[in-house]
Structures are given as structure tokens and as C-alpha cells.
Design a protein. Structure first.
Length: 569
């Protein structure tokens, strides 16, 4: 039977087909009485006559209407089968290759960090095996494969979890394709298995994380490598324990194997320990203390919980072009980068929000549209009423470098205000700091408009960038190399961008520089992520978000044998 919703052209034909589609899909979804097997003439639908077009015929068998009733509980499936003439694709003429592809793909669920039970791959395999032997209900077989396909593509292209329900600081919107779109593309795929595999995130880091989950990470000693005894080992010490330390680092490729028998803790060994610490999220002090030794002895599966969470986070970012020029800020790493063509072209340290629910920096993606040279600082309301109003009530001349302004933006003399009669609820003024050397935003801020008023900016407080732990702000992101970041971002936006930016700075006035090509910005939260050499680096779960994501994954059926303590490092 031909596909009943295609093949006619012209505006009138489109109107006719939309009316027919509404009737059939409405029946499939239970919005109208189920249609009995029959031939329905177009004129019976009271459609306007269409010149030179034959009236379409709709023929529904009992099997087709049974399929319509079964998929009515699954809107995504109803969308597809309602526009597919209620024709099976897993039990039809080309169904065998599609069944085999889905069975093979869902068999890789554990390697993606997905819950295998959700896709019921063993059941699909039994159905496929029994189909050639008769006795299989083709309707139930079609439904089983279609439901598994819906779950698999839903999870692979956007994650198992709804990120915004896991933690209030996760503001990420998932750009997930619809089941109808996916099934239509799958129906047309020449190679169904290759098509399914291509739906996973295509970022190289995703594959590295999968390899790490399966114990193939480069930063792990081979099985059988002697363990390092628990203790604290530092430069100048000697003994067989130091030799074991050197041997394990050599087995990981972090220092020459030729020197692995040396029992002296010398400068090269200190450097190798520091490299290992840096790549695993520990303080790179070159001292092999208990935490470093435990991490060294952990083996390939150490940190699997963080890797599972990282894979889920990558799936949340479905649709991101890994080759696009973009700003990538990994909050637990306290680092911002510019990536272009998949390669890092710029890096700087950052300071992020305090580990306090009120000040934590949220994670989301937006588009940077402009930067501001010599910005004024419009003090957030929360800071104004919680930090500055009490000081002004005690001394009206407190924080004198910041102006008090009314709703129209006019500066109000402080001797005209009785601060003591106001509370945090009814204080009618705002506070604003003009451009200056001590302005809280420094010389430049980088704007990607968002509901949370989060942005990147310079700061006069430079000493914090020398610290290992850098969660000190009220939520916005302070940049260690702001002028360099500005010059890099302006490349391609203006002719002679350095001169344009320098002129704006030297003017001393607040100046907006709008981008001709907006730049994607991703504020991310990865406690495990590959570096440029493919080694998995580890970072502290500063806001406790990974622990929540991991527990939610476990509740969704992830099978790991780990618990949230595996995230503590």
C-alpha cells in the first residue's frame, strides 16, 4: 500500500492532506473514535473539491488500527506512525537489518554509561531470534523495538536525566531531537547501525571518556604493576618504596622506564609526581602523600563515577558544534579557554562563585554578543541590600566609591537619604560604580545576556588567581587575563581589533564593542575531562553537583558498584 500522506502537491492538496492526517492521528491518539477497516472517500470528509486531483483513498486494516491504538500512549511514536501510513518498519520487509542494528547499538549501553535495562536488549534479541520460527506477535514485536528505539535515541542525544531537575545550579537546556524526527531519518538510513552510532556525541572527548570508563585510559598502570606503599614520599628520600613509586609512574608513561630501578627521590621524580597530580586534579606539589599514592594505586576504574557523570553531561550538550569557535569555562577546573576547530587557542585562570547556594555560578550555554570596555558596575540587588545597606545605615559615607542612584539612574546625594528607615525589602535605590581603576569589573566585561546576569569580567583583585582553589565571587566569573581574552575574541570581529580595543580603553568612557559574529559560551562542570593529550584530568566537586547527578543516574538504573563516595577526592 502506498504511503497515504505523501505524493500530492499544491496548496489545496496540502489542506486536504492535513485534514486527513488530523483524522488518522486523532484516531491513533484516542482523540476520535477508532476507525474501522474501511475505504473512506475524500468527499465523505466534506473537503473542498480539488480540480484534476483524484480523491485519496484511506485503507486501514485491523493490524494497522491495532498499531495506531498501541502507539497512542507514546506521542513520539504516534507522530511517526501517523505520518507513515501506520506501516511497520521493524517487522516490515527491511525490518531485519533495523532490528539487528538496534540490538547491536543497545548492547553498547554500559560503555556509554547508560542503563542497559531501559532498552531491554536481551528481550529484543529473543524476539529477533524467534521471528523466523513463527509464533511471534508482529504487532508486539514492532512496538517493543519502537519503544526501545525511542528510549535509546532519547538518552543518547540528550541524556537520561533532565538536568534542571537534578540541581538548581544546572540551568542547561537540552536540544533533543524528537522521536518522530529520529524515526523518519532512521527509516531512510542506508546503514541503520552506522546511523545509530552517529547519534552519540561526536566530540573526541566523549570517546576518550568511554575508553576511560572501560579501563582504557592512558593514565593507568598496567595490571600487575606493583603498588606503592601508603606513606608520604618527597624529594631527598630514598628506599625501595621510592623505587616502586618511580616504577609505577614509569609504567604510566610519566617518566623514562630506564630509570625505574632508582631508589632515590630526585628532581625528575618530583616533576613526574607533579605531572600526575596536575592531570588528576590534585595539588601539583610533587610530594607523594596518601591521597596521591591512593590515586596512583587506584587503577583504570578509579574515578568511574565522575566519568559516568561526565558522559551524561556531554549528552546534555547535544547539538553543540565541537569545531565551532567558542568559549569553554570549566568551573571545577577554574579555567576558561577559547576553542577553535577543536583546538585550544587561548587559556586563562578564572575565579568563580563561592561554594554557597546563593553564590554558586550556574552552568548553561549562551552566546557572547559584545564586550564593554571601562564598564560601570551595576551592583546586584542582593549585594546592595545584604552587604552595603547595613554599612550605609551605620555610616552614610561608607563605600563612598559607589554611587547611590534612583530608578531613573540619577545620582542621589547621600545626605538626602535616611538609610535607617529602609529595609532590604523596601530600599528604593540602586548602587552603581563608575569606570575607574578600582571598579569591581576592572577594564572589561564580556556579555552573553542570560536570565541570571552572569558574565565574565576583569577584576582589581588579582592575587586570588595564584590560589589553587578559586571560588570567591558572588557568581560572575573573574578572568585572570582579561585584556588578552578581549583581544583574542575580537579577532575577526573588526579590522585591526587590538587598536580598536585599545582606543576604547584609553577613552576612559564606557564603550560597547558589538560582535559581528557572536561566539558560543559554555559554562560547564566537569570533574573528569580529557586534556589535550587524551589523559583524564580530575577536579574537585566544589558545589557537590556531580554527587547529585551520580545519585540520579544510579536511581535511573546505572549499574556501577560505586557509590557517591567515589566522587570524593
Amino acid at each position: 500500500m502506498p504511503k497515504i500522506f505523501g505524493g500530492q502537491t499544491g496548496f489545496s492538496a496540502v489542506l486536504r492532506l492535513k485534514s486527513i492526517r488530523a483524522l488518522v492521528v486523532g484516531s491513533a491518539l484516542g482523540l476520535m473514535p477508532a476507525m474501522q477497516p474501511a475505504v473512506v472517500q475524500a468527499q465523505a470528509l466534506e473537503l473542498s473539491p480539488v480540480a484534476a486531483l483524484p480523491a485519496p483513498r484511506l485503507v486501514f486494516s485491523a493490524q494497522e488500527m491495532a498499531l495506531a491504538q498501541e502507539v497512542a500512549a507514546y506521542p513520539g511514536l504516534a507522530d511517526f506512525y501517523g505520518t507513515n501510513g501506520l506501516q511497520p518498519i521493524f517487522t516490515g520487509p527491511e525490518g531485519a537489518s533495523r532490528r539487528a542494528a538496534l540490538i547491536a547499538a543497545t548492547g553498547q549501553a554500559a560503555s556509554h554509561g547508560l542503563p542497559p535495562a531501559r532498552y531491554d536488549q536481551p528481550h529484543l534479541a529473543r524476539i529477533d531470534r524467534d521471528m523466523g520460527q513463527g509464533g511471534v506477535d508482529s504487532l508486539q514485536a514492532e512496538l517493543a523495538f519502537a519503544v526501545s528505539f525511542q528510549r535509546w535515541t532519547h538518552d543518547l542525544t540528550g541524556g537520561v536525566l533532565n538536568p534542571e531537575r537534578v540541581d538548581p545550579g544546572i540551568k542547561r537546556k537540552v536540544a533533543r531531537p524528537t522521536t518522530g524526527e529520529m524515526l523518519r531519518a532512521f527509516d531512510q538510513a542506508a546503514n541503520p547501525l552506522a546511523w545509530l552510532e552517529a547519534q552519540a556525541p561526536q566530540d573526541p572527548e566523549y570517546q576518550i571518556l568511554r575508553d576511560a570508563l572501560r579501563g582504557k585510559t592512558a593514565l593507568a598502570a598496567p595490571a600487575g604493576t606493583p603498588l606503592v606503599p601508603t606513606g608520604t614520599w618527597r624529594e631527598g628520600m630514598a628506599g625501595p618504596e621510592v623505587g616502586l613509586l618511580r616504577g609505577r609512574l614509569a609504567a604510566m608513561g610519566l617518566m623514562p622506564a630506564s630509570a625505574s630501578a632508582d631508589d632515590l627521590f630526585d628532581a625528575p621524580l618530583t616533576s613526574a609526581v607533579a605531572r600526575f597530580q596536575s592531570q588528576t586534579g590534585l595539588t601539583p606539589d610533587g610530594v607523594a602523600g596518601p591521597r596521591t599514592v591512593a590515586r596512583l594505586n587506584g587503577g583504570p576504574t578509579e574515578g568511574s563515577a565522575a566519568i559516568l557523570v561526565a558522559l551524561e553531561r556531554m549528552r546534555w550538550m547535544h547539538g553543540r558544534d565541537p569545531m565551532a569557535r567558542q568559549v569553554w569555562v570549566n568551573l571545577p577546573e577554574y579555567t576558561a579557554r577559547i576553542l577553535d576547530g577543536g583546538q585550544q587557542v587561548f587559556e586563562t585562570r578564572v575565579v568563580i562563585g563561592k561554594a554557597d547556594p546563593e553564590f554558586e555560578t550556574p552552568e548553561f550555554s549562551e552566546t557572547m554578543k559584545y564586550l564593554v570596555a571601562n564598564p560601570r558596575w551595576n551592583v546586584p540587588r542582593s549585594i546592595t541590600v545584604k552587604e552595603y545597606l547595613p554599612r550605609l545605615q551605620a555610616n552614610r559615607n561608607a563605600v563612598s566609591h559607589i554611587d547611590v542612584v534612583d530608578r531613573a539612574g540619577n545620582v542621589i546625594a547621600r545626605d538626602r537619604i535616611d538609610f535607617r528607615k529602609y529595609t532590604s525589602a523596601n530600599f528604593p535605590y540602586r548602587m552603581r560604580q563608575k569606570p575607574s581603576d578600582d571598579n569591581a569589573l576592572g577594564a572589561v566585561k564580556f556579555m552573553f545576556p542570560n536570565p541570571w546576569n552572569i558574565y565574565l569580567h576583569d577584576t582589581p583583585t588579582k592575587h586570588l588567581f595564584n590560589q589553587t582553589q578559586r571560588a570567591y565571587s558572588h557568581g560572575c566569573i573573574r578572568v585572570g587575563r582579561p585584556l588578552d581574552l578581549a583581544n583574542e575574541l575580537l579577532q575577526g570581529q573588526f579590522a585591526n581589533p587590538e587598536a580598536r580595543f585599545q582606543k576604547a580603553l584609553e577613552s576612559g568612557r564606557e564603550t560597547y564593542l558589538n560582535f559581528s559574529a557572536p561566539v558560543p559560551v559554555h559554562l560547564v562542570y566537569f570533574t573528569a575531562f580529557p586534556d589535550a593529550n587524551g589523559r583524564i584530568q580530575r577536579f574537585p566537586d566544589i558545589y557537590g553537583r556531580d554527587a547529585k547527578v551520580y545519585q540520579a543516574l544510579v536511581a535511573a538504573g546505572i549499574q556501577t558498584g560505586l557509590d557517591s563516595a567515589a566522587l570524593d577526592h
